[in-house]
Design a protein around this ligand. Structure first.
Ligand code: ADQ
Length: 468
């Protein structure tokens, strides 16, 4: 089997791939171990120009090489903080209102992608299969092609692909889609994302797209597909039970004094719908006085991208809302919302999920949302909690046992909380079983293996695309 080269914005460290990190790192590393290969990307460090140009730092773990580079401050600002996270992220999550566009940042985004491609070329062998991940790296494949690289190249988009009317808001939309067409396989999380891409190809790129995923545009043929990212449910269940007896979890349980627990865990991001969720919980307490003092919402949200303006704003809003609601409903021995900003060990999060009666996962828009899946897998099958899930998370397609909500509908979410809290055991078990069937059917191994099988099997274009 030919070697695999994985390219992603951030590279997990060799220790993270051993299980302490999220499922994605473990899943990608599994594929790399099977075929041997390289994991290439940014180290997460901002460094001087001279250090950045020293060449990738290499670490070996068996047949896998971890190759990382640092980024100079200007590149970090334009590529990462700028175009990736202040333009692409908001627009792809349907938040044009929060997006800014700056030509220099876009130029920086393309320049850094070309620079990264140059660094990667030295590590490539002729029949390596290259798998590029996510919105930071859309032009990476095109940059390799323009250097004459003809290897099999696939791209997987972890976030939603917006409908054309939304995408048109990004001035260089056509260049971005053309860049995507330089890959041999482009993978999406849901059929809706794939359809949005096909719509753009047909209506705005004058190309062809068939329902089986064959696309022709910009002089290239490629395959698109839906590959739902999943988790390894047994691994999560094991983490959840391993943690059960640990002191921290026992302490939390004791401090709840028999109150019901609602768990929410997200990166602190405006796409995750946290303000709306807090308001729904407030509405629930307002309309259900019998639950005041008897149910606690634990929101864990470690800050990310805190140097992007909109992220500072969401943090302030949340602190304000949590304070306001707690001021309204707290008692001497009761705090309705416990809002925490730190990261937690995975076993601890999973065992907290297992202790809780509701997993409240209500993003305004989400590519998939792995927390929803982890919540279900962590439950005790004999006495499972209920997943309350946004209809706008990619996971909503599969989690047929969840209570689906519209995260803009505060009253609807509040009603779902009430329904979940008083749901009979038989219904909870039924819903849990339905979700588990899907979690097993589309686990992380299926995601990874089906994408790679398509990439290894796809018919290649005869000539590389022109870089013009
Ligand atoms: P994210 O937006 O990061 O991922 P998600 O899919 O929920 O969202 O993954 C978050 C991961 O981080 C989960 O594994 C979760 O357990 C972990 N995590 C969150 N908070 C944590 C904390 N406080 N401590 C420790 N771990 C924490 C992007 C897309 C998603 C898509 C994934 C994967 O935005 O839509 O599902 O990629 O493709």
């Amino acid at each position: 089997m030919s070697r695999l080269v994985v390219v992603s914005n951030r590279v997990a460290s060799p220790t993270e791939t051993k299980g302490s990190a999220g499922g994605l790192a473990v899943g990608v590393f599994g594929a790399l171990k099977d075929s041997g290969g390289v994991w290439f990307g940014w180290s997460g460090d901002v460094v001087s120009d001279s250090v950045a140009n020293q060449g990738p730092k290499l670490e070996q773990d068996g047949a896998v090489t971890f190759a990382t580079v640092g980024l100079p401050k200007k590149d970090y600002d334009q590529y990462y903080r700028g175009f990736s996270n202040a333009t692409l992220w908001p627009v792809f999550h349907y938040r044009n209102d929060l997006a800014v566009y700056d030509r220099d940042e876009y130029a920086g985004y393309r320049r850094v992608n070309s620079w990264l491609a140059h660094r990667a070329i030295k590590l490539l062998q002729p029949d390596d299969v290259i798998w590029v991940h996510d919105y930071h790296l859309i032009p990476f494949g095109e940059a390799l092609r323009s250097e004459g690289v003809t290897n099999r190249m696939g791209f997987f988009l972890h976030i939603p692909f917006p409908s054309p009317q939304i995408l048109l808001n990004i001035p260089p939309h056509e260049e971005l889609v053309k860049s995507l067409c330089c890959y041999d396989v482009v993978g999406f999380q849901t059929p809706g994302d794939q359809t949005a891409f096909h719509d753009y190809i047909v209506r705005h790129a004058h190309g062809k797209a068939s329902p089986d995923g064959e696309v022709e545009a910009f002089g290239r043929k490629l395959k698109t597909g839906v590959y739902r990212i999943g988790i390894f449910p047994d691994e999560i269940a094991e983490q959840a039970t391993r943690g059960e007896a640990r002191q921290d979890v026992m302490d939390l349980k004791q401090s709840l004094e028999g109150r019901k627990l609602i768990m929410s865990v997200d990166r602190l991001d405006y796409s995750k719908g946290l303000v709306e969720r807090f308001k729904a919980f407030e509405h629930f307490l307002e309309k259900s006085p019998e639950w005041r003092g008897n149910v606690t919402l634990v929101q864990i949200a470690p800050p990310t991208r805190s140097d992007v303006d909109t992220y500072q704003q969401i943090r302030h809003n949340l602190e304000y809302e949590a304070g306001r609601i707690n001021g309204r409903y707290s008692g001497l021995d009761y705090t309705p919302i416990r809002y925490m900003n730190q990261r937690y060990d995975r076993w601890k999060l999973m065992s907290l999920f297992r202790e809780s009666q509701i997993g409240l996962v209500t993003p305004l828009r989400d590519g998939m949302n792995l927390v929803a899946k982890e919540y279900v897998a962590a439950q005790n099958p004999d006495d499972p909690g209920v997943l309350v899930l946004s209809q706008f998370a990619g996971a909503a397609d599969e989690m047929t046992g969840a209570l689906l909500v519209n995260p803009h509908d505060i009253v609807g979410m509040s009603e779902a909380i009430g329904r979940a809290l008083s749901m009979p055991l038989a219904e909870r078990r039924e819903r849990y079983e339905a979700n588990m069937v899907m979690l097993r059917k589309y686990d992380l191994g299926v995601w990874r293996d089906s994408f790679l099988a398509d990439l290894r099997g796809v018919k290649l274009n005869k000539r590389p695309a022109s870089s013009k």
